[in-house]
Design a protein around this ligand. Structure first.
Ligand code: CP3
Length: 356
């Protein structure tokens, strides 16, 4: 598993954590592992602290944000924490009419239909979100050598909720809008790029070590539409964040045909779901560090199946200058924490580099 690594020589620090080394394409002591949606309903301790608070209320309470972000780090010893928040938190923080319906997802009161609708969307200022700054600062102190990943929703994925009014399978209204009124579409996507930039900047300024831009639903687009309607706006976000020395991860589901374009948008690390073998994903993203790509459905397939899949993914991941092990999408609410724990331990031991 990669070049030899001398554990004794390099003091373990945040900058030399397995996650940040892999994200920079440098060899490290083992393949780092974390899970998208590692904090959440699969954890009994999450369900306990969330009782009586709505999702978006909980995102505004530093005591809860810190506790929930730390829960999976404590339980699994994952190599990175992801900030507990949501892709619609920065909109909610400016008074935009959005809620998260349990079991459904973000729901918008007045779906966007015109330029007046776009004007209701505005980026946060640090003064809008003191609780984000406070939560990140406290987390960075508590996490020590474990990196904190900040995140935002990419313009397309957030726009899909704002245009459809809620979750949708085919994003038909959003796609129709792009083609029928490109001017309105670009105004909305450009505004949402500013929303992501402002939100990520607050998290990075407060001490986040890396950022992930979630374009979860971009895989529904053709490469031609992605390139014309989406890539320039995501590229604007990455370009703005290049002012900071933090690795930038880009991820979407079902993006096999888009991996090259998503990489070219300016990501340092590209996430892939399970539909593309990881070595093939590495080829498509141009040899950058890669993140992924265990199928979450296999969490229920039994350990023998899982172990074989993990080992295959670890081998395929060696095609990249750095591999961050993850699921191909988020942890499902019915996942067994014991299984996730076993995956973390297995990835970390199996991939451990021999001492030089
Ligand atoms: O552990 C983590 O990953 C950190 C926190 C996180 C959440 N949402 C918390 C959350 C992150 C990174 C997100 C991002 C997010 N939110 C995305 C992109 C990632 C992805 O999954 O593709 C999207 C598309 C959303 C929108 C959203 N928010 C959805 C689809 C849902 C789930 C609805 C449901 O109940 O199934 C939410 C709610 C949400 N966000 C929960 C959590 C822990 C569940 C809230 C609850 O406890 O009911």
């Amino acid at each position: 598993f990669g070049p030899a690594w001398d554990h004794r020589e390099v003091p373990s620090t945040l900058a030399r954590s397995p996650f940040l080394l892999a994200a920079r394409g440098e060899p490290g002591p083992h393949t780092p592992v974390w899970f998208m949606r590692q904090a959440g309903r699969s954890l009994p301790e999450y369900r306990a602290v969330r009782e009586g608070t709505t999702m978006l209320e909980s995102c505004m309470r530093p005591d809860l944000v810190v506790e929930i972000t730390l829960q999976p780090v404590r339980r699994y010893g994952v190599d990175a924490a992801i900030f507990y928040s949501d892709i619609v938190t920065p909109l909610k923080a400016t008074g935009f009419g959005v809620e998260i319906k349990p079991g459904v997802g973000p729901v918008v009161a007045d779906p966007i239909r015109d330029l007046a609708g776009v004007d209701a969307v505005r980026p946060v200022t640090p003064a809008d979100v003191p609780y984000i700054t406070e939560s990140v600062q406290e987390l960075v102190t508590r996490l020590g050598e474990t990196p904190l990943i900040g995140f935002a929703g990419a313009p397309f994925t957030v726009a899909s909720y704002l245009v459809e009014g809620g979750p949708s399978k085919d994003h038909a209204k959003t796609k129709a809008l792009m083609h029928s009124d490109p001017k309105l579409w670009h105004a909305l996507a450009d505004r949402l790029a500013d929303v992501a930039i402002a939100y990520l900047t607050v998290q990075v300024e407060a001490g986040a070590s890396a950022i992930q831009l979630f374009d979860s639903w971009a895989g529904g687009l053709s490469p031609r539409d992605y390139e014309r309607f989406v890539q320039p706006h995501s590229a604007k976000v990455f370009e703005a964040l290049s002012a900071y020395d933090v690795p930038k991860i880009h991820f979407g589901v079902n993006t096999g045909e888009l991996l090259g374009l998503m990489s070219a948008a300016g990501a340092d690390v590209v996430g892939a779901d399970w539909r593309v073998p990881l070595d093939e994903a590495v080829r498509r993203i141009g040899g950058k560090p890669v993140q992924g790509n265990l199928d979450p459905a296999l969490l229920h397939a039994g350990w023998e199946v899982l172990e074989a899949e993990i080992d295959r993914i670890l081998v395929e991941g060696q095609a990249a200058p750095g591999h961050i092990f993850n699921l191909g999408h988020g942890v499902p609410p019915d996942a067994d924490p014991e299984v996730l724990n076993r995956i973390v331990k297995h990835v970390q031991t199996k991939s451990a580099r021999a001492a030089a």
